[in-house]
Design a protein around this ligand. Structure first.
Ligand SMILES: C[S@@+](CC[C@H](N)C(=O)[O-])C[C@H]1O[C@@H](n2cnc3c(N)ncnc32)[C@H](O)[C@@H]1O
Length: 224
């Protein structure tokens, strides 16, 4: 996994605020097929408590909301207020009112321990410096109930020895262009780090295609 450029959370937030509408009409649509595969792995049952971290323009939170049903409140966070406002519009356009969206950073989730049955996070960890990933995964673990399921969807590559064109571009382009052309994302491999944070039953599924991706599913154990 290559090192991330030195983007501060503030820089990422500004960049995704600026590109929220364009992102919703372009990249978010192209990545939809990968989300459908990842959403299937959530195996959500009606009434479960679900958190989506990094809701983006809200395409996925609508699908998650359909699965939990209208009686149950669904929760989402993002650092970008532009994205949160698109997610709200999208939920309302699909007739949902039972939701809570908050501006928050995944490094410090504004929820009690052991709150959620399912945590879904798509295409965010590929923006995050490697040194911050354990902290974020520890937060994901903290807010899940024992037995709770985590589903991550990331830009990725077949394995660590593969070198991709995106990685080459990410490495040679100046940081500003990496942010605007590549959205600041590089391929990541999260399975090992997830295991290190004491999740169990960690499974990685690699998905080929235009945006090679991985789905990593894991469960917070009942006893530590
Ligand atoms: C590439 S977009 C993915 C959006 C959405 N999950 C999707 O797949 O369409 C990355 C999203 O992560 C959000 N984000 C970036 N860093 C974050 C952080 N530390 N905590 C929460 N959200 C973050 C951005 O604002 C943006 O909405």
């Amino acid at each position: 996994m290559i090192a991330a450029k030195e983007f501060t959370p503030e820089v990422i937030k500004r960049a995704y605020n600026r590109r929220s509408w364009v992102y919703s009409k372009t990249v978010a649509q192209m990545e939809w097929i990968y989300h459908l595969a990842a959403l299937d792995k959530t195996k959500i049952k009606t009434g479960e408590k679900v958190l989506e971290v990094a809701v983006g323009p809200g395409l996925t939170i609508v699908e998650l909301a359909k699965r939990v049903g209208r009686e149950t409140k669904i929760h989402g966070i993002d650092t970008s207020t532009g994205m949160l406002s698109l997610a709200e519009q999208n939920l309302r356009a699909h007739g949902f009112s039972n939701f809570q969206l908050k501006e928050a950073d995944s490094r410090q989730l504004p929820f009690e321990d052991n709150t959620f049955d399912v945590l879904y996070n798509g295409y965010m960890l590929d923006l995050i410096p490697a040194q911050d990933m354990p902290k974020i995964l520890t937060e994901f673990h903290r807010v899940l109930k024992p037995g709770g399921r985590m589903v991550l969807l990331n830009m990725s590559k077949r394995n660590d020895s593969t070198k991709t064109t995106r990685e080459t571009l990410y490495s040679i382009l100046p940081a500003k262009l990496v942010l605007y052309i590549l959205g600041g994302c590089r391929p990541v491999l999260m399975e090992g780090m997830v295991k290190d944070v004491q999740f169990e039953k960690t499974i990685r599924t690699y998905l080929e295609g235009k945006f090679p991706s991985e789905i990593v599913t894991a469960i917070k154990p009942h006893t530590q």
